[in-house]
Each structure stands twice: as structure tokens, then as C-alpha cells.
Ligand binder design. Structure first.
Ligand SMILES: Cc1ncc(COP(=O)(O)O)c(C=O)c1O
Length: 353
């Protein structure tokens, strides 16, 4: 007998995007915000007292819950702090899924979901998106214990309307987790659904819109009954004292947040247009990345050539993604380096597009 549970031995594990050690590279592969966090965060980090570090943190992170509640027009009882959005996903799989309680989600989507399902050993019901990435009607009929919709979706950047997700929440008997890790770059979000539905959980991340990927902080928005249930599953101290204070400072600095998001959105428009000018097929994105299709299928090769020039983007060798590159929206000067490299690569081998 092996040491591990049978399903763990089979799990391939999540493959995170490459994190190069060098700093003089163009890193557009893991959807980080190119701008630094709010100065208010840096102040917290430099001023944190040894006494705060000596003690355990508030297990519920109430300071953050209060601040996030105000931003999202809900109550603190509707918020649960998490060690990044991924922590909430792990908690949700543990809380709702087992061998007899499946998870369902549309594909292609965030590649962590099947990994967590395998770890939890629950059946997976994957429902393909159509070519326009509309919400598949079949998703409502899966009878899954947990249905996840990533909105805006990763890695497509597509967006499903709040009304459609409200209908889905109404139709299904299980929980609907709406993964809004990238919603800060969209025009709408689903937090209003929490008032109307007792089966909706919204995932938020501080990694993207608030430039805190290294800090690890996210949160759930849901009805208090769901929050109380999820809290039974989380680690008792799942967020640390520095992260609680830093995330609170970040979410309170509305001006800085809004300015950064607007900069990223403006650059997303420019990057999309420039990539289209080079001949890539790029659907409109509601996120902080774009998905560029090489119509002749040369994406893997272009990816290798970019990597060789220290320009990192993301390539997924999965069905429907193997002809595409996911490119994080960077600062204009980073994106210009990417665009110049692509121009150069395509000038020598135009057939790759
Ligand atoms: C779709 C999606 N959901 C959730 C997350 C989790 O983000 P974090 O754990 O950094 O908050 C990510 C991270 O890249 C993501 O892409």
C-alpha cells in the first residue's frame, strides 16, 4: 500500500505559471498587476509592531471584513477572509464535494478546478462553452453539489451577464460559486446576487486589482449561513496579521485602486488593438489579460521564441487553447517590448500566425 490516498497518487498537481528569478524580464504570464500596491500598504508593512506579530491574528480578520463589506454594500457577516482566492476554492471543495457530490463548471476555464476535484476525489462534470463562450444551458441540469463559473472567465477574458448567472443560481439545487478573481477589470459584478440567493458564493482576490499577489489575500461574499458553514472548514488562522492589515489598507484606498484599474483597462484596449494589427485574433477582454489566437496554430512556437527573448506569456496545451497565447496586460513599455518581439518573430516566420 502506498502512503497516499489512491486519488492523490493520480493527481498531476496544478502547474503554476513560471516565476523567473531575474527581474530584467518582461513578465506577462501570471496576470499580476504591473503597478505596485497602494502606498498605504507599504506604510502598514513598515509600521507593523512586534507585539502584533507576537500574537495570533484575529481568526476572522474582522477589520478587513468591515472594510470589504462597505466597498461591496453588504454586511461584515457576509464576508469571509481567505489566504488568496485559491484558499476559498479549496475550502469550497472540502465543504461541498465528495465521492457522491460532483462539481460542475464550463470549460475551458481556470485549470485549478480539476486539480482540487481530484484531491477531493469528487466527480467532475465539465460542460464546454460554445465558440463565443456563452454560458452553456446544460450547466443548469448537472445536479452538481458545487457549480463554479469563473466570471470574467480565465483564460478567455469573456464575461457572462449578471442576469444569466442569477437565472443559473435560481435553476440549480446546489451552490453556485462565482469566481470573480478578475472582476475589478469588468464593468459589473455579481455581489447583488447574494441578497437574492442563498446558494451563491462570490470569490474575490486581492492579487489582481489591488496588486497584492505576493501577500495572498482574498475573500468570499455570501449569505451569513453559507459564511458560517465555510468558516467551519477553513484553517483557524487562515490569514495572517500582516496580510489582514495590508489588505484592509489596500481595499480602503479607493482612489489609488480606481486609478490603477483605469490604467490597466486603457492599456488593455491598446494592447488588443496592436495585437489585432499584427494579425492575431483577440476577443474583447473583461479582465487584465487578453487571449490572442494564432490562426495558423503557431502559438507554441511563438511562445518558445518569446521565452527565448526573456518575454514570458502563458501557453496552455489544452483543447481549444493550444492555438492561443494568454498575455497579461503590462505597463505600456513592457507591452511595447512584447509587440516589438512579436513583430520581429512574425517578420521572419509569418506563417506562424
Ligand atoms: C480564475 C482565478 N481564480 C482564482 C485565482 C486565485 O487568486 P489568488 O489565490 O491569487 O487570490 C486565480 C489566480 O490566478 C484565478 O486565475
Amino acid at each position: 500500500m502506498g502512503y497516499f490516498r489512491k486519488n492523490i497518487e493520480k493527481v498531476k498537481g496544478y502547474e503554476p505559471g513560471f516565476q523567473p528569478k531575474e527581474t530584467d524580464v518582461v513578465k506577462l504570464n501570471t496576470n499580476e498587476n504591473p503597478y505596485p500596491p497602494s502606498p498605504a500598504v507599504l506604510k502598514v508593512l513598515t509600521e507593523i509592531s512586534p507585539e502584533r506579530l507576537r500574537r495570533y491574528p484575529d481568526p476572522l480578520g474582522n477589520e478587513f471584513r468591515q472594510a470589504a463589506a462597505e466597498v461591496n454594500s453588504v454586511g461584515p457577516e457576509n464576508i469571509m477572509c481567505c489566504n488568496g482566492g485559491d484558499d476559498l476554492l479549496t475550502i469550497a471543495f472540502r465543504a461541498f464535494c465528495d465521492e457522491n457530490r460532483p462539481v460542475a463548471y464550463p470549460i475551458p476555464t481556470y485549470s485549478l478546478y480539476p486539480v482540487l476535484a481530484d484531491v477531493q476525489n469528487c466527480p467532475v462534470l465539465e460542460v464546454p462553452f460554445d465558440d463565443e463562450f456563452n454560458l452553456p444551458a446544460k450547466l443548469a441540469g448537472t445536479n452538481a453539489a458545487l457549480t463554479i463559473v469563473c466570471n470574467p472567465n480565465a483564460p478567455t477574458g469573456s464575461f457572462i451577464s449578471v442576469n444569466e448567472l442569477a437565472s443559473l443560481a435560481d435553476e440549480i439545487s446546489g451552490v453556485l460559486l462565482i469566481d470573480e478573481a478578475y472582476v475589478d477589470f469588468s464593468e459589473q459584478n455579481c455581489n447583488g446576487l447574494v441578497k437574492d440567493f442563498d446558494n451563491v458564493i462570490i470569490l474575490r482576490s486581492m492579487s489582481k486589482g489591488y496588486s497584492l499577489a505576493g501577500m495572498r489575500f482574498g475573500y468570499a461574499i455570501a449569505r451569513p449561513e453559507l459564511i458560517t458553514g465555510l468558516m467551519k472548514v477553513k484553517d483557524s488562522y487562515n490569514v495572517d496579521v500582516v496580510a489582514i492589515e495590508a489588505a484592509t489598507a489596500a481595499i480602503k484606498d479607493r482612489k489609488y485602486f480606481k486609478e490603477n484599474v483605469e490604467k490597466v483597462k486603457a492599456e488593455r484596449t491598446r494592447l488588443t488593438e496592436q495585437l489585432r494589427n499584427l494579425g492575431f485574433d483577440v476577443p474583447d477582454s473583461f479582465s487584465n489579460f487578453v487571449l490572442a489566437q494564432c490562426k495558423n496554430g503557431g502559438a507554441a512556437d511563438v511562445y518558445e521564441k518569446l521565452t527565448g527573448r526573456n518575454i514570458y506569456v502563458r501557453y496552455f496545451s489544452y483543447p481549444r487553447l493550444e492555438d492561443k497565447l494568454r498575455i497579461t496586460v503590462g505597463m505600456p513599455e513592457q507591452d511595447d517590448k512584447l509587440l516589438a518581439a512579436l513583430k520581429d518573430i512574425l517578420a521572419t516566420e509569418p506563417s506562424q500566425l
